[in-house]
Design a protein around this ligand. Structure first.
Ligand code: FAD
Length: 516
């Protein structure tokens, strides 16, 4: 648990500074570091904190070149630290160059704006004016020229060079360059619209637009839904041969078969499979729960709520629904404040009842298969299960819009084996779950929080290279879900996302054994 209650945690992708770690983060670091000095009681700081958190999410991929840090100057143990940097007003944001000396107090950074794009552009301005030595992970940001492109593949060992044609005022080229810095086999350069020879040669008429130049000397236009940063970055990160640095290239399906020791079941990535939902229930109720020999108090409440929403909303096969109903009734009639797992397990395995009542044993992952046995599977299944439940609650007319999310929150809190995940989910729930007051809002809440987790864990060791974490659904899956704000920032069209989610997770589109 944190030493003190500051405004940020490391899960925000922000270095939380303290006297113990300030030196390795700010002194002689290979990355530039933007640092916010704040006081947790200051209203402006509290108002700025969601902006700073969004900024951290937005430029997560830039971390090796420029990272974000924050320090709570209201905490007793940080008083000296803040005084050492001559901080007198909160919040104060400073930019520390890479390889800053111990006596550096950073450069002033104007953080008056609450607009993430403005702040991001100011960071780029600072990087461009970065004194020597340049942060080694930061690619060149200045515009390229015909001459550099002509000899590009002689000096760079990459497969693709992406050229972003744009006006001099545009930041898109530099943003995409930084978005791709943790990816191998692709380099990005900006070309100004004033670079006439190239513009004429490729007949470029749209700014921005992106062209791929390959080692063979061919140019081709990068096809995207919209000419904007996120669409370029998304498409470039997925080009053939492009991989996250330090990650092995995605394994082919034939190899996957050998890795898991199970036959690989081909599946459609844009569908939901009943086998995953039943496997997730099996794992949660027979494996995860089994770690709790005695379930009592809050845990018992969590279990009751979980079984209750499953009984009400799980669009399962008749045998499974019968089983859930019988377990639910027994749990509701169980008046004691505790239950042994053994008793619960007997109800679940239903040894002495009729045969049309059962929760199948064992795991049979389909859409949640991973390329190795320890990736995807259960966490993928439990996400999918709860998405389905929020959608079913809307479709079947539940009575309480928060019922499913509240059950999920309790389940995760009491039982979910990944404790870091649970803590983080709890934080998100505390922040905003109470604002959910319609069934549609519940569906969208879970979707957007899941995307937050995706953003946070992209590139982590737990990411399956065959299933990279994306902001979901992708532009291919739902073109209409994506759009741009006036300032060129990505915008979700929630009016499109909602029907997409309702269709994707609806009971009629879940594939069962028969149609797999
Ligand atoms: P998952 O993220 O598990 O998604 C499963 C499927 O859901 C995807 O294949 C896709 O079809 C669909 N999907 C993806 N995004 C969305 C969306 N936004 N809305 C609707 N559907 C979507 N791992 C960590 O490393 N750190 C954490 O803090 C963490 N927290 C977690 C919290 C919870 C509550 C849960 C259930 C899991 C958490 N995990 C965390 C695990 C992590 O989120 C993934 O579940 C795991 O890495 C497996 O990833 P996956 O590729 O199978 O996709």
């Amino acid at each position: 648990s944190p030493v003190h209650a500051g405004l940020y945690t490391p899960s925000d992708q922000i270095f939380v500074l303290s006297p113990q770690n300030v030196e390795p983060v700010l002194v002689n670091s290979t990355a530039a570091v933007l640092t916010e000095f704040y006081a947790s009681w200051c209203g402006h700081c509290i108002a700025f904190s969601p902006v700073y958190r969004s900024l951290a999410r937005d430029i997560r991929e830039w971390k090796p070149a420029v990272a974000l840090a924050a320090v709570d100057c209201a905490a007793e143990e940080n008083r000296k630290l803040c005084a050492g940097y001559s901080i007198r007003a909160y919040p104060t944001v400073k930019f520390f160059h890479a390889y800053s000396k111990a006596d550096s107090t950073g450069k002033a950074f104007k953080a008056s704006s609450h607009d993430v794009a403005t702040l991001r552009h100011r960071i780029i301005d600072k990087l461009e004016n970065h004194q020597e030595p340049w942060p080694p992970a930061c690619p060149p940001l200045e515009p390229t020229s015909q001459a550099e492109i002509d000899s590009f593949f002689e000096t760079n060992n990459v497969q693709h060079l992406a050229l972003i044609f744009e006006d001099s005022k545009s930041y898109v080229g530099r943003e995409v360059t930084l978005d791709l810095l943790q990816f191998e086999n692709v380099a990005v350069r900006r070309v100004l619209s004033s670079e006439e020879t190239l513009v004429k040669k490729l007949e470029v008429t749209e700014f921005p637009s992106c062209y791929l130049y390959s080692a063979g000397g061919n140019f081709s236009r990068l096809r995207v839904n919209m000419e904007a940063r996120v669409f370029y970055s998304y498409a470039l990160q997925r080009l053939p041969g492009v991989v996250r640095s330090g990650k092995p290239p995605p394994v082919k399906v034939a190899v996957l078969r050998n890795n898991t020791g199970e036959p690989w079941r081909p599946f459609n990535r844009s569908r939901v499979y009943m086998a995953d939902l039943e496997s997730a229930m099996h794992y949660s109720l027979r494996v995860e729960l089994a770690a709790h020999t005695l379930i009592r108090g809050e845990e018992l409440t969590s279990l009751r709520k979980y079984i209750s929403v499953l009984t009400k909303f799980f669009p399962g096969r008749l045998v499974v629904m019968n089983l859930l109903k019988s377990v639910n009734t027994r749990l509701q009639n169980h008046t004691e404040n505790e239950i042994s797992y053994e008793t619960f397990r007997e109800w679940l395995d239903n040894k002495d009842q009729s045969l049309d009542t059962a929760l199948p044993e064992g795991e049979r992952w389909v859409g949640c298969q991973g390329s190795v046995p320890y990736l995807r599977r259960y966490p993928c299944g439990i996400w999918t299960l709860f998405h389905v439940l929020t959608v079913q609650a809307k479709n079947t007319g539940g009575t309480d819009p928060q019922e499913v999310l509240s059950a999920m929150r309790n389940y995760v809190q009491s039982f979910f084996g990944c404790r870091d995940c649970a803590e983080h989910f709890q934080t998100m729930a505390t922040e905003s779950l109470s604002e959910v007051n319609t069934f549609s809002a519940a569906v969208l809440w879970l979707w957007s929080r899941h995307n937050r987790v995706n953003n946070r864990v992209a590139g982590a060791l737990s990411e399956d290279p065959n299933f990279p974490k994306i902001q979901w659904p992708s532009p291919e899956m739902c073109p209409g879900c994506h759009s741009l704000k006036e300032n060129g920032e990505h915008r979700w069209i929630q009016d499109q996302v909602l029907p997409f989610l309702l269709a994707h997770f609806s009971s009629s589109s879940i594939l069962t054994g028969a149609d797999q």
